[in-house]
Design a protein around this ligand. Structure first.
Ligand code: NAP
Length: 471
């Protein structure tokens, strides 16, 4: 495919191969953008921001709604594209298209709701006879940098609200999965988006990132990806608004009164979907001593029933990891834990990018499969003797994106909700659950700022305060 830059589809001789992670076959190639392309994208985006400001909220909503419809009409094709470049099973690829459509529809609705408020200035000394109100205005140029694991919906979560709010966007999708993002750009243009309002640069983040993120013409950066890249972007960004959606090692706490069938079902779904490559995947299960062994017995057959293989074949429940180096990393962290005294309950084998769904018990929280972000299909089980100990273990991490608890006791559930330092908390389900309309984002080193179109629009706009004197 070509990339879309400054109002045109552009080709280049330097290209990046996009590969199917299951068999390493080349699906397509995309141009390898360079620093000169960033400059062209920035200049065009300044014009694009003016074009977007001239559109009414109604017109922006119409564009986004039409894009959502077009996306829905192309569900089959896009679902297969997502699965081919990312490696998730077809059912997950199709589900991602459905969610992306929802994200664009929500964004279209938000385009009509850019409200301010009337300020009660006469409540201030000397405020009588004045009228105050706020206006919400677009930031201007938004830089959106996205990861590989949801190559369409996480792009929609940035581009949808940015356009709804009246901004222009420079999009930099992950180099492993740029095709879904380019397909979205085609759809937005077909839906009537002014061409200068979006550029999609395909190329290495390491090469393009600093030029994009440090430029003063960019007012807002919205980044989803790993913690270390996020920290680097914050350092180079300077005086800008920044949203950071970073990683996690999300826990589930299982109390002695939990329904173990439900816990096992939720862990199998929330720990292994997309081969565990979800920022809110269940990575740690912290179970109270009274249910610890029974839970392992309930979980083992469910984990073993997740068949791993070619993501495009019906019947496959889990596809490959994105790169062989990532599968090797997961393998080595599991092996390291087992060598250190943990017990392999299920899985543990690797064939290229395919790492079998894996369950490891008796994990010391200091082991890397527990204390660092694994981002792969393995769940680490640790025993605790009280809710206080379970919460302490859950919080003993720099991350704080999502967590779950299973209990029928409202007191324990509320203790969890109040004391676990996490942006998203689930009672009687695992952490890997998200409705696209809800405020979503992390605490601690999992980031700051919220996504979900309503909340992202707030992050991608600025408030002006107006005071009319003598009225
Ligand atoms: P990544 O390696 O951090 O890459 C994310 C994006 O950043 C890619 O587009 C990448 O481009 C770009 N990038 C790399 N270096 C850069 C630099 N110096 N400046 C600017 N951009 C740069 O992450 P990933 O492996 O794609 O995704 C996995 C990570 O994302 C995990 O940590 C996961 O938890 C996190 N994540 C978080 C959320 C959330 O909502 N909190 C959601 C999904 C994923 P290239 O591909 O060209 O390197």
């Amino acid at each position: 495919m070509k990339m879309f830059l400054a109002g045109q589809w552009i080709d280049k001789s330097a290209r990046i191969e996009v590969r199917n992670p299951f068999d390493n076959s080349v699906i397509d190639t995309v141009p390898r953008a360079d620093a000169g392309d960033v400059e062209r994208a920035l200049a065009a985006a300044v014009e694009g921001a003016l074009a977007m400001r001239r559109l009414s909220g109604y017109e922006r909503a119409q564009i986004l709604r039409k894009a959502a419809d077009l996306l829905g009409q192309r569900t089959e094709k896009l679902g297969r594209l997502i699965s081919s470049e990312e490696g998730k099973v077809l059912a997950e690829g199709l589900a991602e298209v459905g969610r992306s459509r929802e994200t664009l529809e929500l964004s279209a609705e938000e385009a009509k709701r850019l409200t301010g408020e009337v300020l009660p200035l006469d409540g201030a000394p000397g405020g009588a006879g004045k009228l105050g109100f706020t206006l919400r205005v677009p930031c201007g140029v938004v830089a959106a940098i996205t990861p590989f694991n949801f190559p369409l919906n996480l792009v929609c979560h940035k581009v949808g609200p940015a356009l709804a709010a009246g901004n222009a966007v420079i999009l930099k999708p992950a180099s492993d999965t740029p095709l879904s993002a380019l397909a979205l750009v085609e759809i937005l243009l077909e839906a009537g988006l002014p061409p200068t309002a979006i550029s999609c640069l395909t190329g290495s983040g390491g090469t393009l990132g600093d030029a994009m993120c440090s430029d003063p013409r960019v007012r807002k950066i919205s980044f989803t990806g790993s913690r270390d890249v996020g920290e680097h972007i914050c350092r180079v960004a300077g005086l800008k608004k920044v949203t950071m959606e970073l990683g996690s090692n999300s826990p589930i706490i299982v109390m002695n009164d939990a329904d173990l069938n439900k816990v096992a079902e939720a862990t199998a779904i929330t720990g292994y979907a997309n081969a565990g490559q979800v920022c809110i995947s269940t990575q740690r299960v912290i179970a109270l001593s009274g249910v610890y062994h029974d839970l392992i017995d309930a979980l083992k057959p469910r984990v073993e029933a997740i068949t791993a293989g070619n993501q495009l074949e019906p019947g496959t429940k889990m596809g490959p990891m994105i790169r062989e180096t990532d599968a090797e990393r997961v393998e080595s962290w599991v092996n390291e834990a087992v060598a250190g005294g943990a017990r392999l309950v299920a899985g543990g084998q690797r064939h290229g990018t395919l790492y079998q769904p894996t369950l490891v018990a008796d994990v010391d929280p200091r082991m890397r499969i527990s204390c660092q972000e694994l981002f792969g299909p393995a769940v680490a089980m640790t025993r605790a003797d009280s809710i206080e100990e379970a919460i302490r273990i859950a919080n003993d991490t720099p991350y704080g994106l999502a967590a779950g608890i299973f209990t029928e006791n409202i007191g324990w559930a509320m203790q969890f909700a109040r004391q676990v330092d996490s942006g998203n908390l689930h009672i009687n389900w695992g952490p890997q659950w998200r409705a696209d309309l809800m405020p979503y984002g992390g605490l601690k080193e999992s980031g700051f700022g919220k996504e979900g179109p309503k909340y992202a629009v707030a992050e991608m706009t600025e408030l002006k305060t107006i005071v009319v004197h003598g009225v």
